[in-house]
Design a protein around this ligand. Sequence first.
Ligand code: NAP
Ligand code: MG
Length: 401
Amino acid sequence: MEKIKMTTPLVEMDGDEMTRILWKMIKDELILPFVDLKTEYYDLGLPNRDKTSDKITVDAANAIKKYGVGVKCATITPNAQRMTEYNLKEMYKSPNGTIRSILDGTVFRTPITIPSIHPAVKFWKKPITIARHAYGDVYKSVEIVADEPGTAKLVFDGESGKHEEVVIQQFKGPGVLQGMHNTEKSIRSFAHSCFQYALSLKQSIWFATKDTISKKYDGRFRAIFEEVFQEYKDRFAEAGIEYFYTLIDDAVARVMRSEGGFIWACKNYDGDVMSDMVSTAFGSLAMMTSVLVSPDGNYEYEAAHGTVTRHYYKYLKGEETSTNPIATIFAWSGAFRKRGELDNLPELVAYADKLEAACLDTLNEGYATKDLVNLMEGITPTMLTSAQFLAEIRKHLEKSL
Ligand code: NAP
Ligand code: MG
């Protein structure tokens, strides 16, 4: 069989620990035999980040800006313990944080669903994608613990000399206060990413804030979304999808009663909390895709989980692990599909579809990794090691190609 051709390279970002092992296995078993793979390779493994003083991460992010599509393996975000473990020069920032700050944009997370794993919410028939705004609010706030009576004020000094001041509270005793912000630019790019992604999935998008209480802060989010939506209105109508705004508490109630199949855009904190609820209710973090979409249309695909350290330490001891490769395979298939669409390569798009179908068929026949075995119902699952599981997927893929 002739290998499937690519024209533009994917930005390939290798990573750490167990996912780095899976990365190579996936390439060897499911990609290289079938695709004439073109990538620009960036090794974001912690040793190379340390060697390059993290320049490699910045270079990778810029390459995504250049080419438009990247695929990333999970990476370690160093903490004090990793400093010693890897003998690091510096406590480098999270690569995802670095890439996000260069590309700007929104993270979309979608559960990968199969019939034998039932969502905890019985009404949910289709996946719900969470779109989390990844900048500001409480994640970039300042706080004070007031330990005596006094006056707390919110002050703004404009560059023009304009001065605004409001009293937050006259404290009669000790209390706490917090100052947080967001920027028009970031909210606007969040809105663009959401509407573009909704169009690319042909799914409706919901957005919710608490603008009845937070009239100015959340009010700005609502107004900016409404304004940006005007640019997309016609394309939404053409695609037969809608933009729906409601209050956050109403959204939560409606989501629970919905059958899914839409995108739920969340402010930063809501997205942090709701994405864990949605992923857990659908099954497992190892069955969750994640893509960063920038407002100017660059895409970075990855798995939603980390480097699965506990399994890696077993692997180092020579044990075969049953680590789930699905989310990492779907990061590759997502990237191939997008590359195929952008470069008008229908064969590459078809390969991506078949790769995902091969994964789902394998799971539907009951072959699964350890994490899924206990979740499956109505089927007697066979637990496989990662290598056996990949070999089973390959058989299905070979048949369909
Ligand atoms: P993790 O790697 O997601 O793993 C936590 C646990 O979840 C694992 O021990 C495992 O449970 C289960 N799990 C996750 N993915 C799995 C898979 N594919 N197959 C089977 N089980 C899976 O989170 P962590 O242990 O908190 O973090 C490890 C490292 O990853 C950290 O250094 C962190 O900085 C990094 N991290 C990176 C990213 C990213 O690059 N996107 C995201 C999160 C964390 P059992 O052990 O019970 O089997
Ligand atoms: Mg969280």
